[in-house]
Write a protein that binds this ligand. Structure first.
Ligand code: 4AD
Ligand code: MG
Length: 480
């Protein structure tokens, strides 16, 4: 590799900024990966991409320049730095191009073995090379959108007066009570205690504590939700949110589930179910509209190549209020739909994805919030309604995906909450601090969880969750 007295990348300009230049420039350095190389008589062309934006910058290398003599191993995939002049491009499709004086090859990519040659690859194939797929147009766009979306979420909450709180990843309680947790232990394999078969709750410190020898002296799992701790913080700071990774050992290999996913969980004190629905709707619409504004080229790629109905659908989402119906009404709509669902819908059953999609996609043609679910299918912490059959729960269902948000007003009445914990057979002693919040200055409060990957599926039209997170974790898949 040629050695220069100073690194060529010093003072480099991002391709994004070079393409947005307001005038020509005598000396500019751009770095990136070669997307294509084309040789013509007397000169060569490189399309260079540095990940800063979807577009490449064209580099012209004239024969006889030092840059031209450095071209030998420069092929698709190679990492290079180019110094030259930024000049107006006579070609179509770009305003500026670089006329190279110097070129430095950092890393070649053998054309025989480099998998990302210039052609369209299937999503399945690209998943098998998740370490290289961010260098494709589609996945570069995806991960830029992912970053911008996360930023828009933080920005939204900050503007609305919410505090960002960090909730633990290692936990001793199961917020959802669904028992789909990953055990964490420092005991040798085979020596780890077996959780009591009582299901969701796990063991506490009893006389014969089976976790005595383990790191925490009690059962520990990766969190399935930061909700319980977020409630705790909301009942002190008023309005908070968490935005962190959550882990579920559901063995469902669906296009909408990951074992590790990111969840946005706001929690508000002095708020009820209606305020909760308003927040979920406003958050979703605001974030979508800001990402459309800020990532027009990247979103347009998905509209052109992945889902041609994307921009129309997002436009409706931004402009029209979401539908809102009680669960009982949703069941009626499903029953009257004349559809042959795989799982028949009747009061008391959980809505399946086919039901959720029918409601959002076909019946309403836009997102719909379903609320007041039967208590039997929902978690212990949801507030019992006066009918004593339903709880103040809500799910936001969106076209093509189904459930985007799940939330509720929380049970703030101590006796009612204790009764629910007992009814569901959870270990009361694990929740002492959570119950304390109802003993000392209890207040109505509500919150929800919005699946960040599902939000990205909504924003891009991508139908497989494995393609919206850089390194997906799904059953039997822990590569990278
Ligand atoms: O409906 P869920 O299970 O709700 C909760 O966890 C509550 N504790 C949230 C709260 O009230 N603070 O999950 C919330 C959302 C779902 O609507 C879905 O978008 C997403 O999290 N989600 C998943 N996303 C990807 N992979 C999975 N396995 C998911 N499970 C849930
Ligand atoms: Mg849910």
């Amino acid at each position: 590799m040629p050695r220069l007295s100073e690194p060529l990348f010093a003072g480099r300009t991002a391709v994004k900024d070079a393409l947005a230049a307001t005038g020509p420039c005598n000396s500019i350095t751009v770095c990136g990966w070669v997307r294509t190389r084309r040789d013509a008589k007397g000169l060569s062309f490189l399309e260079l991409n540095d990940g800063s934006c979807l577009a490449n910058i064209q580099v012209i290398i004239d024969e006889g320049t030092p840059a031209h003599s450095a071209l030998e191993l420069v092929n698709t995939g190679a990492a290079v730095a180019v110094r030259g002049a930024l000049v107006e491009s006579p070609g179509k499709g770009q305003k500026w191009e670089v006329r190279a004086a110097e070129l430095l090859l950092y890393g070649a990519a053998d054309p025989e073995s480099f998998p990302l040659q210039k052609k369209r690859h299937s999503d399945e194939f690209l998943r098998s090379i998740a370490h290289l797929r961010p260098r494709t147009n589609k996945f570069g766009a995806m991960f830029r959108i992912r970053s911008e979306t996360a930023f828009a979420v933080h920005e939204y909450f900050r503007e609305k007066g919410f505090f960002h709180v960090h909730t633990p990843i290692l936990t001793g309680s199961d917020a959802e009570g669904a028992g789909e947790m990953f055990r964490v232990t420092t005991l040798p394999l085979g020596g780890a205690p077996v959780a009591p078969s009582s299901g969701a709750s796990g063991a506490s410190q009893t006389a014969e504590n089976p976790f005595e020898e383990d790191f925490f002296g009690r059962e520990c799992n990766l969190t399935v939700s930061g909700q319980l701790e977020a409630e705790n913080m909301a009942l002190a700071l008023g309005k908070v949110y968490t935005f962190g990774p959550t882990f579920r050992a559901e063995n469902s290999n669906t296009p909408r589930h990951c074992a590790e996913f990111w969840m946005i969980e706001p929690e508000m004190a002095f708020a009820d179910l209606r305020a909760n629905m308003d927040l979920a709707e406003d958050l979703t619409r605001t974030v979508v509209s800001r990402v459309l504004e800020r990532c027009p080229q990247d979103v347009d790629l998905f509209n052109r190549f992945v889902d041609t109905g994307l921009l129309n659908r997002l436009d409706t989402l931004i402009k029209e209020p979401f539908a809102r119906i009680p669960y009982a009404e949703a069941v009626e709509i499903l029953q009257k739909s004349g559809r042959n669902f795989e799982f028949p819908a009747f009061f008391g059953t959980d809505l399946q994805t086919e039901h959720e999609r029918y409601l959002a996609e076909e019946h309403f043609g836009k997102p719909v919030i379903v609320y007041d679910y039967p208590k039997g299918i929902k978690a212990f912490y949801m507030r019992l309604n006066d009918d004593e059959k339903t709880v103040a729960a809500m799910d936001v269902l969106v076209p093509r995906i189904g459930e985007l948000v799940g939330g509720s007003q929380r049970e703030e009445r101590l006796a009612m909450l204790e009764a629910r914990v007992r009814e569901l057979g959870h270990d009361m002693s694990l929740y002492w601090w959570y119950l304390d919040l109802r003993r000392f200055g209890s207040a109505p409060h509500a919150g929800f969880g919005l699946g960040f990957e599902r939000l990205l599926m909504l924003l891009t039209g991508v139908t497989n969750i494995r393609d919206v997170i850089p390194f997906p974790r799904t059953p039997k898949n822990l590569e990278f």
